[in-house]
Design a protein around this ligand. Sequence first.
Ligand code: AMP
Length: 457
Amino acid sequence: MDFQSLGLIDPLLRAVAEQGYDRPSPIQAQAIPAVLGGSDVMAAAQTGTGKTAGFTLPLLQRLEPGKPAASRQVRALVLTPTRELAAQVGESVAEYGKYLPALRSAVVFGGVNINPQINRLRGGVDVLVATPGRLLDLYQQKAMSFDQLEILVLDEADRMLDMGFIHDIRKVLRLLPKQRQTLMFSATFSNEIRTLAKTLVRSPKEIDISPRNSTAERVRQWVVTVDKRHKAALLTHLIGEQQWFQVLVFTRTKHGANRLAKQLESAGIEAVAIHGNKSQNARTRALAGFKSGDVRALVATDIAARGLDIDQLPQVVNFDLPNVAEDYVHRIGRTGRAGADGEAVSLVSGEDQKLLKGIERLIKQPIERRQVTNFEPPAVADIPDEREPRSRPNGSRSGSRSGPRSDGASPNKSGQRRSAPRGADGKPAPRRRRRRGGGGGGGGQRSGNGGNRASRG
Ligand code: AMP
């Protein structure tokens, strides 16, 4: 199947071709005709499945022939849970709509000056991408109204509820005309989401392309068992030894993210923390640096990382396991996107055992355990691989010469450590090489530049 056969108009097909997409992803193949046909849609799809194009392309096509937005009016509203996601969706709208110049779009979110946003809305916009809080502020300031609204998209509805936006969403819904097309996207469809959906969509086409809580098949997952105190040193070691050049690291707390970023920096690894206490400008700068390759490790809390779209992000590390097992699925969904390979590594200490079991129950598969020489946990906190119990005592695999460091200091930079993550069979783990800006590398479906959407300048 190709994009043409979905009934998309030429200006959109050209934009899609420029993105280097050869064929529609499964969510696009189903959502695009449904939206073009005017149906409400409820789609279960995680980020990384191409859902943004799945709603943006047909939305633009439906708006194209209509009357342009009048002053302070909005024709299509896309609500997203986070500022970063809003910015990314906004970029997609601009990108896919570049050959439909009559359609105007804007992105609004909090944490930045509201006045330029008010000015932008003055002439009316056809597509507005917004986070709920800022949208309501703008409405109260009479920056826009919704008499002309035709389409509402709720992106990552599950995360909006998790983040406590339900009241804001309900307030927004009360402002919108009842007669409209509504599209709702969510990684999962919990009972709570279904309840919300009842008030939102009418006889929706239901699309479900991802079995619930399945983890991306193309993501290789393994855990390293390690003493909690040595996690930072282990991460430093792995980044160097495995040659991870773009790694998204998750910590449980903002404080933990700051601390780890500092530890990595002092070990010579360019790292930046991104979390809710950072200003929007700092968050945007951190993300841009990470996408361009200047920042090697982006250390993030769950909320900050949600929805980040970095093309072909090769590596995710769970420095801390998430408290909620579902978040593991979201986190590792940052990699292995749109057909590319990815790897997700979790650093697991004795205290994390329960969380790890919970995750394995949720994803219905065991995750391979590995140990790294010099970083083996003390026997009592060790987590044996259930499928293949270890037969050798700690440290007997290779010439362990020194104990792990207790701080985030870099292990010896000349790479003399002879340790390598090993599988249960004792063989060295396969290595992935990915050099910054190296492009190509196979696997990705995007054309040539090997870069990221936001780095195009
Ligand atoms: P999303 O799930 O919308 O966040 O998209 C994830 C990534 O997939 C983005 O980097 C898109 O640029 C990319 N993408 C979207 N559609 C396709 C497609 N049909 N083929 C290849 N990549 C795509």
